[in-house]
Design a protein. Structure first.
Length: 377
């Protein structure tokens, strides 16, 4: 039996889990302190707190760190994902992840403390278990022609919910009686950010940049694609600093920008009460999601086994129905509303431990403007 501990630190909470041979036997959610929530505590304080809480949780279920064969972490700080897969965190990759950790300053994202927490947990063990990380957000598999933007100064980058997208696509493919490597599936991750990817025979050949300064549909608080000319005029109007523009695009747009709330449940409540503006913005978001699904459908030459909807907003029956109405003729629409990131991290590590999959090779940090290996179908 292989026992794996999962460390998945997110923006609003941190999730941990224990897996035994691919089955979750215990999970735990770390509630953030007030200082962590308002980003006023430094990295080393957060690491010490998480270490203490995790060890107490493990003790409560009769385990300690010496009982684990591996640690599976959500990598903090996008690293060159290349073809994706599971990476053993060592040498240059370890150095890169550690360089993203700021012990004396608040971390940009909680995930950037993960490697330091993992180190702290295993520091006193005489034999340290390996650390693995699966499918970073920079998984980059698009053909080169899909990266061309129209202006030589810019290049489309790959930054999306790769971990959850690929995990859900694997599950959907299995449910369809196929493998991930033989299926053609469009995955719509509808969370705080929205990313929609075309998964063709094990490769993500098209996906929007969901970070808020990229492209694609607007989401709960991110702008998605905006008119470039109007954006340029805004930037040079003298009314906004660079950081204010970035905050506008990444934090204060989407549902929040139009309606003052990023909670889809609140938007639907307003629609039920007759709020026409709420209905307009809801319909616009559904329309943009379907438009991106259409792009993915074309990218796979109009061949698709299923359209999969996942993440938080997939729980909205109204939104799912609005999407299905527009794109249901392309392929069956399937909903996977659970959380699959912990499972994906654990199973990725398990596949490498069992020799079912070779660990992916970390090749260093590649800038978005640098050329990539030519893609061949």
């Amino acid at each position: 039996m292989k026992r794996i501990i999962v460390l998945n630190f997110g923006g609003t909470s941190s999730k941990c889990a224990v897996y035994e041979d691919g089955k979750c036997v215990s999970d735990y959610e770390i509630k953030y302190t007030a200082e962590e929530e308002n980003l006023s505590s430094d990295g080393k304080t957060q690491v010490a707190h998480k270490k203490q809480v995790i060890l107490a949780w493990l003790d409560s279920i009769g385990l300690s760190m010496k009982d684990f064969d591996a640690v599976a972490i959500r990598g903090g700080g996008a690293f060159n994902g290349a073809a994706g897969g599971t990476y053993k965190v060592e040498d240059d990759l370890y150095d890169h992840l550690l360089s993203m950790y700021t012990p004396d300053a608040p971390p940009m994202h909680a995930a950037r403390t993960t490697i330091a927490v993992a180190d702290a947990l295993i520091a006193e063990l005489p034999e340290k278990p390996p650390i693995f990380s699966t499918d970073p957000c920079s998984v980059s598999q698009m053909p080169e022609y899909a990266r061309v933007t129209g202006c030589p100064k810019f290049r489309k980058r790959s930054s999306f919910h790769a971990l959850n997208q690929r995990a859900v696509a694997r599950i959907a493919a299995e449910d369809l009686g196929k493998t991930y490597e033989t299926a053609k599936i469009i995955v719509a991750h509808l969370g705080g950010g929205i990313s929609i990817g075309a998964h063709e025979n094990g490769r993500v050949v098209e996906v929007n940049d969901s970070t808020g300064d990229g492209d694609g549909p607007f989401s709960a608080n991110r702008a998605g694609t905006v008119p470039t000319g109007q954006l340029v005029h805004l930037c040079f109007s003298g009314e906004y600093t660079e950081q204010q523009v970035l905050n506008l695009l990444k934090k204060d747009s989407g549902l929040k920008g139009y309606l003052g709330t990023s909670d889809l449940r609140e938007v639907e409540k307003r629609i039920d009460e007759g709020d026409q503006q709420a209905k307009l913005i809801f319909d616009a978001m559904a329309y943009q999601i379907c438009s991106q699904i259409g792009i993915c459908y074309a990218a796979m030459r109009c061949e698709c086994d299923a359209i999969v909807i996942t993440a938080g907003m997939s729980k909205s029956k109204r939104l799912v129905a609005a999407i299905e109405e527009r794109v249901g003729k392309m392929a069956p629409v399937k909903v996977y509303s659970g959380e699959y990131e912990n499972q994906a991290l654990a199973l990725g590590a398990l596949r490498v431990l069992n020799g079912e999959e070779k660990a992916s090779e970390y090749t260093g940090e590649a800038g978005y403007m640098q050329p990539v290996t030519p893609w061949k179908k």
